[in-house]
Write a protein that binds this ligand. Structure first.
Ligand SMILES: [Zn+2]
Ligand SMILES: [Zn+2]
Length: 350
């Protein structure tokens, strides 16, 4: 099999060849049909997240070992089964749940493997789908996609379930406008799923006019330039007095400031994006205004299963998806880093 691996943080991925694995025990071997390129792949490639104030969260300290294969949004065809892999058949086309946990800690036991205390995620702590084959530990992580096209289903594993899980944390989803900060691939997915879930209306904030135009086209009720001096006032005006909920898909110091300052009393700021930075928050307004600041990290297996079911019933989110050969991976990552990609790029191995 061949794969493109991170051999040195930040350096171009290297094309590697090694024997195609034979599944043992409950393992399942997939032939990769589509692998989405996610913005967080840039952080994983760099090997750290920016914590603000010059501090970094190093993935090496969290157990990431080089070399490894990136890619956590994968659709594949089942081509081989371990002797104990049950409930799945050769030829099935499946979406791979990437947020795999240890299975034994309390978080895993309550169904939140995505919050496991010792994560084994695909494309982070075990090899992902920037490859022609992908070895999965157990059939339970494979969700049948039916007739969905692989390149459209692949992004559901990260950008889909991440936004779906954040949207599920909004108690006022159907009754009040929702502010969504960031109109990249994740933002467009969020707008589409918000609509599919019966959301009231979406007010989308982005500093880039091209992305604002894409958000308006995708059905945003209003778009706001996050770089405008009066952006906070615009959010408060567009939500009739302040937002009941903000989903921040960027997660920078500037967007956090904007999101928190734009809340109404009782409002909820949900941070998803991992851009990085820090903010200083005055404490008395937290209790006095009864604000909630909440983090949301990807989603669990039950949510991904629900999401695939939702999409199979209501149709695929109309997020622009460009298909590129796997061999172009380094060019694609460069374009993503330069902010030149609207929507999603999916790699195909041949
Ligand atoms: Zn991702
Ligand atoms: Zn666990």
């Amino acid at each position: 099999m061949r794969s493109f691996d991170v051999c040195e943080c930040g350096a171009p991925l290297r094309r590697m060849e090694r024997p195609t694995p034979k599944p043992a025990g409950t393992e399942v071997l997939l032939k990769v049909l589509a692998a989405g390129v996610c913005h967080s792949d840039l952080h994983l490639w760099d090997g750290y997240f920016d914590l603000g104030g010059g501090k970094r969260l190093k993935l090496e300290d969290r157990g990431m070992k080089l070399p490894f294969t990136l890619g956590h949004e994968n659709v594949g065809e089942v081509v081989a089964l371990g002797p104990d892999a049950q409930g799945i058949s050769i030829g099935a086309r499946v979406l791979a749940h990437p947020w795999i946990g240890c299975g034994t800690c309390k978080l895993c036991q309550r169904g939140d493997e995505n919050l496991c205390l010792s994560m084994r995620s695909l494309g982070v702590f075990r090899n992902g789908g920037y490859a022609d084959h992908l070895l999965m530990p157990h059939p339970r992580y494979l969700i049948d996609i039916g007739e969905l096209p692989p390149e459209r289903a692949a992004p559901l594993a990260c950008s889909g379930v991440t936004t779906y899980s954040a949207l599920k944390k909004v108690p006022t989803l159907k009754s009040e406008p929702l502010v969504i900060i960031g109109a990249g691939g994740l933002g467009l997915m969020c707008i589409a799923l918000h609509k599919a879930m019966g959301g009231h209306s979406a007010i989308v904030v982005d500093i880039d006019p091209v992305k604002r135009a894409a958000a308006a086209k995708a059905g945003a009720a209003a778009v706001i330039d996050g770089g405008a001096a009066d952006a906070t006032q615009q959010i408060i005006a567009a939500t009739n007095g302040g937002a009941w909920a903000v989903i921040d898909l960027v997660g920078s110091s500037a967007t956090a400031r904007l999101g928190i300052d734009g809340l109404v009393k009782g409002g909820r700021y949900i941070i998803v994006g991992l851009y990085g930075g820090d903010v200083t928050v005055s404490l008395p307004p937290l209790p006095m205004r009864a604000l909630t600041l909440q983090g949301s990290y990807v989603g669990n297996l039950a949510e991904l299963t629900e999401l695939v079911d939702l999409v199979r019933r209501t149709g695929l989110p109309p997020v622009p998806v460009a298909s590129r050969p796997l061999d172009d991976v380094n060019a694609v990552l460069g374009e993503l880093r330069a902010g030149k990609i609207v929507g999603r790029v999916v790699l195909r191995p041949n």
